[in-house]
Design a binder for this molecule. Sequence first.
Ligand code: CA
Length: 221
Amino acid sequence: MRVLIVEDEPKISDLIAAVLEGEGFICEVAQDGEEGWFLGSTETYVAAILDIGLPKLDGLTVLKNWRNERVNMPVILLTARSSWNERVAGIDAGADDYLGKPFQMEELVARLRALLRRAGGQKSTLLEAGEVRLDLKRVQVTRAGRPIKLTPLEYRLLAYVMHNPNRVISQSELAENIYSRDQEPDSNALEVLVGRLRRKLGGDIIETRRGFGYVFTRHET
Ligand code: CA
């Protein structure tokens, strides 16, 4: 599985490549936007990791060019940590996910894996963990074959954690991904929501790491 890394800082691209190669990926690095655009258009990759700030051609333009050319590989955009407008522009340009710099390599790997699962065809619309099954296409949750009624908020929470298994998800990350902009939840509301989901789905499906956030554990089969 080949991954394209478009990043002009050799320290970062070398590190990403080393980590991903340790995870079984093969990496190709482009150091500027023009080279990245060219490689992405002419070669086949399972995914691309694309920095926004690049020499010759910025990452957003590279991404727009790819999408105009029907290059559909999943793309993770590397953005400035605090820049929400970069993230919005990135998603508008066709990014599948983004990571604010600096980031943890573990998170990059986890997000890449999640993207590949989602991009992986048939199986990607069905998330399973033990008895719980979430059908993304039909927006339906079952437990041991029986339908479970969830509110839209509960569903979004469950889908988000099931897409991001086996890593700590902070309360702010979770809130950012399940609430709309005009809702301002406090941490207590989130805890209550998680508690309700636990009762509906049974037991320890979402674990609380006090002070850090939540972990959804899924054992690979
Ligand atoms: Ca850069």
